[in-house]
Design a protein around this ligand. Structure first.
Ligand SMILES: [Mg+2]
Length: 392
């Protein structure tokens, strides 16, 4: 079972006629790849099914999957433009799994779901156990829908960001927490991907932003950092919604720092560039989160104007090893040469903080200073700081 990646963008940006042309072209590309006795069918939308009879080995199927993946990668010439898509593939082997038609389709669909969850643009073969994780995800999705509707189980915690060289708290990062009535605290790493796949991220993201705005009003001396998911950028009118929410709250966009990961910049997507520029023009600061973990490219830094780089925690934790020390020093120097600020995440020891300060890091964040805390505790931290300042 095949599902095109980023097909919706083709329809949205080039129009449905272009989308239809791409579907036809893709159909004939896969037909050319398979033996004459294979069946290639379009289920609807951008979903296809390929049925391969008399397969000699699993290896043979994998080879065909690789060929289909690269066929999808070649640009599609549609209505005078070039469109780029990818494809996710779910594979099921019969009679190993089942000989029942519906059961085969269901399992191929589950494998496809796993291919998408693995980052798309790849294939996955059905394995027992995939069934269970799907059920878990469906339950989490339903519960998250309910939590968003009631607003009772979700909270925003704030992690202080401190200036280097022993300066006080200069900002906070707003981080969502979900206290599930039966499962307890669910980490964002488990539910954010589900929110992204189901589109709930858009509602969740807006909810966090509204909370972050009220924090910004309570603490006018601090900047408030908010994480944005790549999935949010794909929503129509995304930048406009962000600007609207912040302005309605009466907050200066200059007080809000939007953290985006490198994957946002990866697809070289026109819509994302436009959205980022709109946000910057409106006065928001943009920080590149988890820097160094993804497909870091220095050209991204030049092409997409950002204000700050956040060095990923893995480099901070490995400070002392030659590589990490060299990388951190180089990144700080490079960023400063480009006029960008640098912050470091995951600072846990005095030693790390001393090194980062000496290297010229502007802002630090980590357990050495504080974990993410509820609003009241954050308030307490700020009042301790005020007292200290008055005493001095
Ligand atoms: Mg972040």
């Amino acid at each position: 079972m095949l599902d095109l990646d980023r097909f919706k963008q083709v329809n949205d940006t080039l129009g449905h006629a272009a989308g239809d042309a791409l579907i036809r072209d893709f159909g004939s590309r896969i037909s050319d790849l398979v033996q004459p006795d294979a069946t290639v069918a379009r289920l609807g939308g951008d979903e296809f099914v390929v049925l391969l009879p008399d397969v000699q080995s699993k290896q043979a199927v994998e080879n065909i999957c690789h060929k289909i993946l690269s066929a999808a990668h070649r640009p599609f010439a549609v209505l005078g433009s070039e469109a780029f898509v990818g494809v996710s593939i779910g594979v099921v082997f019969s009679p190993e799994s089942s000989t029942d038609r519906m059961e085969l389709m269901r399992k191929a669909d589950i494998a496809l779901y796993h291919a998408k969850a693995a980052g798309r643009d790849c294939f996955r073969a059905f394995a027992p156990g995939m069934d269970e994780s799907i059920k878990f995800r469906r339950r989490i999705e339903e519960d998250l829908r309910r939590a968003l509707a009631s607003g009772d189980e979700l909270r925003v915690h704030y992690q202080p960001l401190v200036g280097a060289a022993g300066e006080p708290i200069v900002g906070v990062e707003a981080l969502v927490r979900w206290q599930h009535p039966r499962r307890g605290l669910i980490s964002p790493e488990s539910f954010i991907p589900i929110a992204e796949e189901t589109g709930l991220i858009s509602q969740l993201g807006e909810w966090i932003l509204v909370e972050a705005c009220s924090a910004a009003k309570r603490w006018p001396q601090l900047f408030v950092a908010v994480n944005l998911s790549p999935a949010q950028f794909r929503m129509p009118k995304f930048a406009e919604r962000v600007i609207e929410i912040v302005c309605e709250a009466g907050v200066d966009p200059g007080q809000i720092e939007l953290e985006v990961t490198e994957t946002v910049l990866l697809h070289d997507d026109e819509a994302i560039t436009v959205a980022l520029n709109k946000l910057r023009d409106a006065g928001f600061k943009i920080a590149l989160d988890d820097f160094g973990t993804g497909y870091s490219s220095l050209s991204h830094l030049r092409k997409f104007e950002v204000d700050k780089i956040k060095i990923d925690r893995t480099f901070v934790q490995n400070l002392g090893t030659t590589d990490s020390t060299a990388i951190v020093t180089a990144v700080v120097n490079l960023a400063h040469a480009m006029g960008l600020q640098v912050s470091a995440e995951g600072v846990e020891t005095k030693h790390q903080s001393t090194f980062l300060t000496a290297a010229g890091c502007n802002v630090m964040q980590g357990f050495l200073f504080s974990k993410a805390v509820p609003h009241d505790e954050m308030e307490a931290l700020l009042s301790i700081e005020r007292d200290k300042k008055q005493a001095a």
